[in-house]
Write a protein that binds this ligand. Structure first.
Ligand code: C2E
Ligand code: CA
Ligand code: CA
Length: 729
């Protein structure tokens, strides 16, 4: 509406402006065209007069025209040559010679003769041709003999010769000119004039400004050159009055102003059309731009937020809408992550095509199973995240269970017996924490779920998180702890059952943590085994042990062999034995002072490698003990082929020992069996006198346990060595 108003106002203003300019333009055009017509008219008349004068000269030569036939013939030739209508000679004494026979009005003849002889030339318009009654222009010059006029040479000109000058063709033929006498009597018009006097015609005209018809007439009388506008019944016109150089004649040019209005209208319509077209094109362009933007937005949305494979939302979309969806569920929600166990196997076995099909079906099943207020996405290969409504654990577990059943039923690879197996990790939204933390928690639950053998759905447990945080903390500080010497060696004596004397000791690591005091290996060794740090720690303990042995020797003490625990990771490390040798030799410690403890499980997991390592250790003079015997599955054959120097019975043999008569039998059997292979038996975890007595009776060689001594810091252990060196003290 407002736009239409603005456009309307614009058009009106433009119209006025254009009209003004056109009016000014037209006035100057009318003036210029009139002046041009006037000068053309003057020139033509003069040319014609010159032509007549030159003909007159020839005519004078044959004076007094004793051979009229020759004169007539000459006139005939000249008429044809110059396109006159008629050419004639009127003599002083009234004789007439004509280029063609014609009946001339005596009055006309008298008038032409009188005026020509008197003024030397004559120009007028006869209303009717003496020959055929048409309007003609009569022009004559004097025929002279010794500067005295003796006759008149006259020509009748056809008005067509002059009329084109009066057409004002520059004005689109909308205007015209006419020649009038000063009195207003028309002489020559573009059209045949049907009025007697132009001033009569203009006597009622309404002139622009204050001009009256009388003033107009007076101006003409004074021979003025001017332009005036007037309102006639047919509309407004401009009139341009120019005095001519011939007689008292005036050239009047007229142009209707409607011409201007029409021009303005045409121009305005043209401009309007242009403006509308430009506007239209502009609108179309804007529409196109918006359309394209919309289209590319949609494209962008698809690439940014839609998973191309399954058509489901992708992770970005999940992140984007998570807060809203959670709010929509009033916070009663659970974040679920699930993935397909061993999805890689499906890809490897059945090809990516099939793998993709499985994922597409999973997405379909999920789509069928969620309500509009819930959402899900595929985050990575076979990993899906769901935000579901949650009320209580029991019903939620039932829902997950049925979802799992449907997934197994609908997504199993076609023509194969391979059933897909899914695991779910669930985080029940309880606190307002960021999305990625919720995801972490659901992931943690998923890790636990994967460890299960059936019903693989686990809920996030805060204790798990704490454990992981603690583990992370241990990992973060282990390097610094090693550099700062926070790891220390404790030594636990091993006693000989036969003599009751200390036969050796086991090195056990302790970690002095500022915040928690001394912490036990069970809290950090499994972590170090996962991240490989145990390789460095074991070597650190070995070096500490070598250093102690060297120091004791210097102090003159009698050192005992020390057992060092080595992780299973060393077995697959080719640098293991060279590293050991370098450290032990660095302190010049005899190899037989070092005993290597390898746990039972390590050995059975990689028998050939273990055998190889044990052989090499023996070759270097180290003794080797099997640790934790009985905690896993030992086989007699293995014991025989591996040639351990000693075997340490696992602590578990002694737990519940007092009340369990079977335990006695088992220990007796184990000891007898090991001894039969010629291997020394060490009992671990001996806590009571009863246990010690029993073990001694079974033939056990060495004992280690709290009953004899707890693991001791190196300084305390050194005092034990000192006591042993001087038992009298
Ligand atoms: P392990 O090699 O079986 O070490 C014996 C564990 O039994 C030690 O626990 C010791 O303190 C404990 N112990 C000794 N006597 C008794 C007793 O009478 N009753 C009971 N209940 N326990 C007793 P610790 O020091 O906590 O070490 C735990 C485990 O950590 C060790 O078991 C060993 O497998 C590992 N470990 C300790 N130090 C190192 C090390 O430097 N390197 C490697 N790779 N593992 C180590
Ligand atoms: Ca051990
Ligand atoms: Ca052990």
């Amino acid at each position: 509406m407002a736009a239409a108003l603005v456009i309307g106002a614009g058009v009106a203003l433009y119209w006025r402006q254009v009209s003004h300019i056109l009016e000014r333009d037209v006035k100057s055009h009318v003036a210029a065209a009139g002046e041009e017509a006037a000068s053309d008219f003057n020139r033509l008349i003069q040319t014609d007069q010159q032509v007549l004068e030159s003909i007159a000269i020839t005519v004078e030569d044959t004076y007094p025209w004793t051979e009229p036939a020759r004169l007539t013939e000459f006139l005939q030739r000249q008429t044809r040559h110059n396109y006159f209508k008629l050419l004639g000679v009127i003599t002083e004494d009234g004789k007439i010679y004509l280029s063609a026979p014609a009946q001339l009005d005596p009055a006309f003849v008298a008038d032409v003769k009188a005026r020509t002889l008197e003024e030397g030339h004559y120009l007028s318009v006869r209303q009717a041709d003496p020959v055929d009654g048409e309007d003609v222009l009569v022009q004559s010059v004097a025929i002279l003999q010794q500067d005295r006029p003796v006759g008149a040479l006259f020509a009748l000109q056809m008005p067509e010769r002059y009329r084109p000058l009066l057409a004002l063709s520059a004005m689109g033929n909308r205007g015209y000119s006419m020649v009038v006498q000063r009195s207003g009597v028309p002489v020559l018009g573009y059209y045949k004039t049907s009025f007697a006097n132009v001033f009569d015609l203009l006597s009622h005209a309404d002139f622009d400004g204050d001009m009256t018809p009388e003033q107009l007439q007076a101006s003409v009388q004074e021979g003025k050159h001017f332009l005036v506008g007037y309102r006639a019944t047919t509309g407004h016109r401009f009139l341009h009055f120019i005095p001519l150089e011939i007689n008292d004649w005036y050239l009047i040019s007229a142009l209707p102003t409607t011409f201007i209005a029409q021009q303005a209208q045409r121009l305005t319509w043209l401009s309007l059309f242009l403006v509308v077209s430009v506007f239209g094109v502009f609108l179309a362009l804007i529409f196109y731009i918006f359309h394209m933007r919309d289209y590319s937005n949609r494209q962008l949305f698809t690439t940014a937020f839609v998973d191309q494979l399954t058509g489901a939302d992708n992770f970005n979309r999940m992140c984007e809408q998570f807060a809203d969806k959670l709010a929509g569920l009033n916070g009663q929600a659970a974040l679920v992550i699930f993935d397909i166990n061993k999805f890689k196997v499906i890809n490897d076995l059945h090809g990516y095509e099939r793998g993709n099909q499985v994922l597409q079906r999973v997405a379909r099943v999920l789509r069928e199973n969620i309500t509009p207020e819930e959402c899900f996405c595929r985050s990575t290969a076979d990993n899906f995240i769901l935000l579901l409504k949650y009320t209580d654990r029991k019903s939620f577990r039932a829902r997950i269970h049925s979802l799992a059943t449907q997934l197994r039923r609908d997504c199993t690879v076609a023509d194969s017996c391979l059933m897909i197996d899914v695991a779910f990790g669930v985080y029940e939204v309880k606190e307002n924490i960021p999305f990625y933390i919720m995801l972490d928690r659901a992931h943690l639950a998923l890790e636990n779920a994967k460890k299960m053998s059936f019903d693989k759905c686990q809920f996030y447990d805060e204790a798990d998180r704490k454990r992981i945080v603690a583990e992370k903390q241990i990992e973060n500080t282990m390097e610094a702890a090693l550099d700062h010497g926070d790891f220390a060696v404790y030594l636990q004596p091993k006693c000989d059952f036969a003599t009751g004397k200390m036969r050796g000791a086991e090195a056990l690591v302790r970690w002095n943590r500022l915040s928690e005091g001394v912490i036990r290996p069970d809290d950090f060794i499994p972590i170090f085994e996962k991240n490989g740090f145990i390789l460095r720690l074991d070597m650190f303990i070995l070096e500490s042990v070598a250093r102690l042995l060297a120091a004791w020797k210097v102090k003159g003490l009698q050192p005992v062999p020390i057992a060092v625990n080595f992780s299973r990771l060393h077995l697959n490390d080719s640098r293991y034995i060279p590293q050991m040798l370098r450290l032990v030799d660095k302190y010049d410690v005899p190899h037989e002072m070092i005993e290597v403890e390898l746990t039972e499980s390590v050995i059975f997991n990689n028998l050939t490698r273990a055998q190889d390592v044990i052989t090499q250790l023996h070759r270097q003079g180290f003794s080797v003990a099997m640790d934790d015997f009985g905690s896993g599955y030992s086989s007699l054959n293995v014991l025989k082929s591996l040639q351990f120097d000693s075997i340490k019975l696992d602590k578990e043999f002694l737990s519940g020992f007092e009340d369990n008569p079977h335990a006695h039998k088992v220990i007796e059997g184990a000891v007898a069996m090991i001894k039969s292979l010629g291997i020394q038996v060490v009992a671990e975890g001996v806590e009571t006198r009863e246990q010690a007595d029993f073990l001694r009776q079974t033939g056990c060689d060495v004992a280690q346990g709290y009953f004899f001594s707890r693991p001791l810091p190196a300084a305390q252990f050194e005092s034990l060595l000192q006591q042993a060196a001087s038992p009298d003290k």
